[in-house]
Structures are given as C-alpha cells and as structure tokens.
Design a protein around this ligand. Structure first.
Ligand code: MF3
Ligand code: CO
Ligand code: CO
Length: 261
C-alpha cells in the first residue's frame, strides 16, 4: 500500500482535471430532460471532453468499459452503460459520473439529476441524504484524522435517515492513476491505522439505497443494481487534504454555500 503525497505542481494539475470534470456536469444539466437517451447524453459529454476541452474520458476503454461517462438511473447503483434504448422519463433520478484525464492527471466527480417534475419525495430525500453525507464527511477532513472516520461519519448520517450504505464499492486515491491507494470506505470498518496527511488526494463517493444495501452486477459485467430494486443515489467529490483542513477540487458554483470552511 502506497499513498502518494502530492506536491503543489501535481495539485494544480489534478485541480485542472477536476474542474474539467465539473464543467462537463455543468454543461450537461440542461439536457437532462424526459425523452433523451443515455446514449445521447454520453455523446454530448464525449464530444465536449474531446473537442472543446481537448481532454480524454478516463472511463472510455477503462477495463473494457465502452462509454465516456457512467449513467446510473433509479435502482442502478453505479457503472450504468449509456444505451440508445434507455430513455429518461419524468420522475427518474440519474447519476452521471465523469472522470477526465488531462495532461496525465485524473479528476473524478458525480452528482444526481432529477428528471422532470415528478420525482417522489422519498427519492428526493435519498439524493439529498447522499449529498449531505458527503458534505458531513468532507467537513471532518484535516491532517491527523483517522481514515476510518470518513466511513463512520457517512454511515451514521445515512442510517439516521433510514437509508443504507452500499459496501461493495469505495472511493479511492487519484492523481496520475484513476484509482490508487487508499480505499475510502463509506461505512465503518476496521481502523487500519491510516492517518490523513496534507497533500493526500482522494475521492469520497457514497452510494446509498432506500432499502437494503445489497447489490449485484448484471450480465453486461458492469451495471450494478440494488437486489431489492429500491432506488440508489450517489455523489462524488475529489478532495485534497490541506494544512488547515481540506479543499474540494471538484466543487461546483452552485455548491459553495454548503461547505463550511
Ligand atoms: N468514475 C468511477 C469512480 O468513481 C469509475 C468508473 S469506472 C468505469 O471511480 F469503468 F465504470 F467507467
Ligand atoms: Co471515483
Ligand atoms: Co467517478
């Protein structure tokens, strides 16, 4: 296990990649309406990343993943594959997960979109709880904190709202590699003794379900779904540990108000 501490030059580059990923999420929001296919959303993102940003999608071809973003609807937990037969409908909740590679550094972020005006109260609360659990975790970050506290914080909050935390997927260190050490669990596990240090960069990306936390992978070998068919939500940020606390490298304009400094 090797956790890289990033220097200021690397941090700048990772921040740039992160902001490109953010721009994709901001660009795509007006397209998230009933009737559009996930393939069309993918293609708009792909063209934007490739032609406007002159960057690369990190997911395209990653371990054989065939598309440029992951799009996960309703009971899909993560790694949904965009498809021309899959059409967004009024009331859906959708995660779009964007990872950009620019000048050899990665940036990774995702958020939920509500489709149309008919999303159920429960699903709205699910999305908000996923987002708030991420913020709660971000707000404890600073040098000296034990890594397991992140998962503990997320799980405690999510379960207080009577939702469940998916165990099978985790956040990850990121930089010159898409996924590197450490693994960031979103539930309380063992204290492996890892302590946060200034210059660490990793993602936090809790996936939470309305019902049971159990999930399975479909026959396409990618799409992850809840076993009990209840909806799932996820938010993801890439964060830097700083001397004074943390910096969210994938912060969006609309978000500033939420994060306490
Ligand atoms: N972006 C995802 C993450 O947060 C990984 C997607 S891998 C893919 O780590 F192959 F499914 F695209
Ligand atoms: Co990630
Ligand atoms: Co991601």
């Amino acid at each position: 296990m090797k956790i890289f501490i990033k220097n200021s030059k690397e941090i700048k580059k990772i921040y740039k990649s992160c902001q490109l990923a953010v721009e994709v999420l901001e660009m795509i929001k007006n397209y998230i309406i009933p009737g559009i296919s996930t393939e069309e959303i993918n293609n708009i993102c792909h063209n934007y990343i490739t032609n406007i940003q002159k960057a690369k999608s990190a997911t395209l071809g990653y371990k054989g993943f065939p598309k440029s973003v992951c799009i996960s609807i309703n009971d899909v937990v993560c790694h949904g594959i965009p498809n021309k037969k899959e059409i967004l409908k009024n009331g859906d909740i959708v995660n779009i997960d964007v990872t950009v590679l620019y000048k050899n550094y990665y940036g990774d972020t995702s958020k939920m979109f509500l489709v149309g005006n008919n999303v159920s109260k429960k699903s709205k609360l699910l999305c908000l709880t996923a987002q708030k659990s991420l913020y709660k975790a971000i707000n404890i970050l600073k040098p000296g904190i034990r890594l397991y506290k992140i998962g503990q914080t997320i799980q405690k909050y999510v379960e207080s709202k009577n939702f469940s935390v998916v165990r099978n997927y985790c956040g990850h260190g990121i930089g010159k590699n898409f996924h590197e050490d450490p693994q960031i669990l979103h539930y309380k596990s063992y204290d492996y003794g890892i302590i946060l240090k200034s210059g660490m960069i990793f993602t936090i990306e809790p996936m939470i379900n309305i019902g049971h936390h159990g999930v399975y992978v479909m026959n396409d070998n990618w799409t992850v779904k809840t076993i009990d068919k209840t909806n799932s939500a996820q938010y993801e940020h890439t964060v830097l540990i700083t001397d004074g606390g943390s910096k969210v490298l994938t912060i969006r304009k609309e978000e500033n108000i939420f994060i306490k400094k």
